[in-house]
Design a protein around this ligand. Structure first.
Ligand code: NAP
Length: 518
């Protein structure tokens, strides 16, 4: 296959500086805070997107003083930051970090936290604008929100916002209960439900690729597109997250949120305006049109799998049931593949195939748009030998996209070969998803956060599937760690005369040419 490469460089940021505020971080001693949030705040600071006036108040039970907390912040940024602590500026950044030990189960602690936050605001002459981030287990979300209200911490002069991490409930019912608790304190517009996939550069780029190119939008429908394939595969296994994952599984951990978000971004209608509500309105319409499966239909359209022992990067790895804190007879799925249909005029009849799993052969998040085949008797396709055009959007790990075309092989008469036009992002140090999303939340832009109607519709789609998994109406297929999932996931597509396209970098040219990708 011939490849023509165009590299897209960094464009200067167009973001505005965030307004002054106090960032109150619950779960400040946790993994997410260390790996993502402290580094994201520092990168924003170094990119001059943090305001001159801000403070971060870290909250958790561990008994730190401010100095110890600041040391923790520094080592987290040294370890995980895309921008490492700088000799001259870091001290000024970190002196705005404070810590208060709080047990969120103890309402009295919230009163003390309020005093501490007010003291910091006074000391730094900050307006009473507060961003609360709940980087802690979801069972605390409701309790924290209600205590913010009863302690008076949620009372502000300017704005207040609440960012919460996934998962938002474990089914529609629990999500409703949680939402009702949050809504006793915050308005819907003040609740920022984070789905970090929506902060990824290439996921945000989908709307630009679609709506800023006249060559795509006229073809973006069931007349020209044969199917859409969305893969999000991880090489890592469950690692030390088994206590969470055993209750969640791939369906709740990945499909209900990240995978459906990518489906919505691909399938949504052009919004009337590029503003947050117009975009989210269009995304919600996709979920309204998403065919909901009955228990019986789940069987024919959804595959679940669990990894067994296998080999990753030449090293043997354990099966899921042998992992620490996993029940020896666990039926938690570590892989899901599904065929979805969006029953509207644009997409009727086009299968959207999704697959996600742990301990798979490669780490990749990709969207492949497969265009329809040419008629068989056309000039260059008399034996049906031409492969389809593919638009591949690579979200992770190498951001970029490619367009697979057919062209004449140079020096031959009529030999047609696939030619891949590659666009790769050359930005080696591009902002992380959490940087974009934190900045958006500070600025009050919730475009790339999940609205309640999206969450509830996503659960309405997922709940019958979860029920079918729970009752074992859908078999639990095994797959060897290091593979591309169970055979049943391939058969799901073969039944439609399709096959999964190998992810970027795993693509044998000959297979593509033969139209038989795996
Ligand atoms: P974690 O490492 O277990 O951290 C939990 C935090 O909560 C710790 O700071 C802990 O600190 C604090 N905490 C626990 N009980 C508390 C209590 N009673 N009062 C006050 N603080 C308490 O969890 P995590 O991995 O950071 O995840 C946090 C949230 O982010 C979860 O909702 C998770 O699903 C979500 N998330 C995480 C990641 C990730 O990459 N880690 C990715 C996506 C989503 P103390 O023990 O000091 O109290």
């Amino acid at each position: 296959m011939t490849t023509a490469t165009v590299t897209v460089g960094a464009v200067p940021g167009t973001h505005q500086v965030a307004p002054p505020h106090t960032f109150i971080l619950f779960g400040a001693t946790g993994d997410l805070a260390h790996r993502k949030l402290f580094p994201a705040l520092y990168s924003l600071y170094m990119d001059k997107l943090m305001p001159e006036q801000f403070a971060v108040v870290g909250v958790a039970r561990t008994d730190f003083d401010d100095a110890h907390f600041r040391d923790e912040v520094r080592s987290a940024i040294e370890k995980f930051g895309r921008i490492k602590p700088d000799k001259t500026t870091f001290a000024k950044f970190v002196e705005r970090f404070f810590y208060k030990s709080v047990d969120v189960n103890n309402p009295e602690d919230f009163r003390k936290l309020k005093e501490r936050v007010e003291q910091v605001e006074k000391q730094l002459d900050l307006p009473k604008q507060r961003l609360f981030y709940l980087a802690m287990a979801p069972n605390f979300f409701g309790t924290v929100a209600l205590s913010l209200k009863s302690s008076g911490l949620s009372e502000v002069d300017g704005w207040r916002r609440l960012i919460i991490e996934k998962p938002f409930g474990r089914d529609l019912e629990s999500a409703r209960v949680l939402n009702n608790e949050l809504r006793q304190v915050f308005e819907e517009e003040e609740i920022y439900r984070i789905d970090h996939y929506l902060g990824k550069e290439m996921v945000q780029n989908i709307e630009v690729i679609r709506f800023a190119n006249s060559i795509f939008e006229p073809l973006w429908n069931n007349r020209s597109i044969a199917n859409v394939q969305i893969t999000s595969s991880e090489v890592v296994g469950v690692e030390d997250r088994a206590s969470y994952y055993e209750k969640s599984g791939a369906l709740r951990d990945m499909v209900q949120n990240h995978m459906l978000q990518m489906v919505m971004m691909v399938a949504m209608e052009p919004p009337s305006r590029l503003n947050m509500e117009a975009i989210r309105d269009e995304k919600v319409k996709v979920l309204r049109s998403l065919r909901r499966y009955t228990l019986d239909e789940v069987m024919g359209n959804v595959v679940r799998g669990q990894y067994t022992a296998g080999t990753i990067n030449g090293k043997p790895v354990k099966g899921y049931r042998e992992e620490p804190n996993v029940a020896p007879n666990s039926s938690t799925e570590t892989f899901v593949a599904a065929r979805l249909y969006i029953d509207n005029f644009r997409w009727a009849g086009v299968p959207f195939y999704i697959r996600t799993g742990k301990h798979m052969a490669a780490k990749a998040t990709e969207i492949v748009i497969q265009f329809r085949d040419l008629p068989k008797d056309m000039y260059f396709n008399q034996n049906g030998q031409l492969g389809p055009n593919l638009l591949r959007i690579r979200v992770n790990p190498q951001e970029g996209m490619s367009l697979l075309l057919n062209a004449k092989q140079p020096g031959t008469d009529e030999t047609v070969v696939p030619v891949s036009m590659e666009f790769s992002q050359s930005v080696t140090n591009s902002p992380e998803a959490y940087e974009r999303l934190l900045l958006d939340a500070m600025q009050g832009d919730s475009t790339f956060f999940t609205r309640w109607d999206e969450v509830s519709l996503a659960w309405k789609f997922v709940d019958p599937i979860a029920e079918a998994f729970h009752t074992h109406a859908v078999p639990l297929h095994q797959y060897a760690a290091g593979s591309w999932g169970p055979k049943a996931a391939e058969q799901l597509l073969h039944a439609d005369g399709n096959a999964w396209w190998p992810v970027h970098g795993q693509q044998p040219a000959a297979a593509v040419k033969a139209g038989n990708p795996m």
